[in-house]
Design a protein. Structure first.
Length: 369
């Protein structure tokens, strides 16, 4: 991703459209093959901007934004391309932002594919009519320069690159959220030695880890809530949660028995198969069940807080971020609870958690500028 790409302004518009409509944006999401079967890794394409909209029931609705400044392909062919990518990545609709206006017939035909063709100027008008807050740039995440600085963290550090690829590309396209939870904890533990809370860019990464964890826990909590009974014994709840996390009862038993076979060979005792920091995770998951519909509201403030660490602190942007955090008393509570689990389960320095809490406390004291 280059800061001088010709479609940078279009991507920034797509990001602002997402934020103003409560949609979580991701920039330059790489689309991988279903499985890699050669030694040379290849990718299919990348999504200029991907928006994730969380329903109150915890389901995730994906929207593709395709930004094109070069007219090598006709507008309707861009729509056909977008439709194919939507089907492959599980997106439900697409916005194609073009420099030249598509014909009326092409725009109508594209809509049958759930693809919306816009000239850049027309997209501005549409976005403003959809939500007047589109015109408001008082968000740290509304400026694409901060996004470029964020991605440079992973480009410059080869050890952190797999972590960046996972949280910025794999997670927003993942549909198996229990698997994503296990893999996220694994990839953080593999790279924990590279993260230093004294560095602002690593605090930005840490906030993105909290964001990724909460995004994963949104559909998980919604599904667990459907079977949860407040009168349920702790042992019964843990059994259900354990089976869910490991892909079902049969999958759990197979994995547990395989692990115990290896441990027996080395003289170790048999044990249950558990996530790192299991007791804390059980406590956290039950806490999230108190208001599962509120978890999704933590995501955009998390994104803004992450990019704040890479930006010049601004009074108006801080007020906007503080307002988002205060819009529900669950938002800060859930962010801190998630942070408490992540740093302990992944073995990260506790200062990550402490600094995050301090910054949240300062933001909570902000009044209108």
């Amino acid at each position: 991703m280059a800061a001088l790409d010709k479609d940078t302004s279009q991507k920034e518009k797509a990001i602002r459209y997402c934020i103003s409509n409560g949609v979580l944006p991701y920039l330059e999401v790489v689309v991988n093959n279903v499985r890699e079967i050669t030694d040379v890794r290849t990718v299919i394409t990348d999504l200029d901007v991907l928006g994730l909209e969380i329903s109150r029931r915890g389901s995730i609705r994906r929207t593709l934004f395709d930004c094109k400044t070069v007219g090598k392909m006709s507008a309707i062919n861009r729509a056909f391309w977008a439709s194919g990518v939507m089907a492959y990545t599980g997106c439900e609709e697409s916005y194609v932002i073009l420099t030249k206006k598509a014909s009326e017939a092409h725009r109508v035909s594209a809509k049958t594919l759930n693809v919306h063709l816009f000239q850049e100027y027309d997209f501005d008008s549409y976005a403003e009519s959809a939500n007047i807050n589109y015109l408001d740039k008082k968000y740290y995440s509304a400026y694409i320069s901060a996004w470029h600085d964020y991605y440079k963290i992973f480009e410059r550090n080869e050890v952190l690159r797999p972590l960046g690829e996972y949280i910025n590309t794999r997670i927003p396209l993942e549909n198996d959220f229990a698997k994503a939870l296990r893999e996220l904890l694994g990839v953080i533990r593999l790279t924990k030695g590279e993260l230093n809370p004294e560095k602002k860019e690593h605090m930005a990464v840490y906030c993105s880890l909290i964001l990724s964890f909460l995004l994963i826990m949104t559909p998980i909590s919604s599904q667990i809530a459907d079977v949860f009974d407040p009168t349920m014994e702790q042992v019964e709840y843990e059994k259900i949660l354990r089976y869910y996390v490991w892909g079902g009862r049969d999958s759990y038993i197979q994995r547990r028995d395989l692990k115990n076979s290896v441990q027996e060979a080395s003289g170790a005792k048999k044990s249950e198969l558990e996530l790192p920091g299991w007791d804390r995770f059980v406590e956290l998951s039950r806490g999230l069940l108190e208001a599962p519909a509120e978890i999704g509201r933590t995501l955009i403030p998390c994104r803004d807080l992450s990019l704040r660490y890479l930006s010049t602190v601004d009074t108006h942007k801080d007020f906007q971020l503080a307002s988002g955090l205060k819009s529900s008393n669950r938002i800060t509570q859930f962010i801190i609870a998630a942070s408490s689990y992540i740093y302990t389960a992944a073995g990260l320095p506790k200062d990550f958690h402490n600094y995050l809490k301090e910054d949240l406390a300062k933001l909570s004291e902000i009044k209108s500028p």
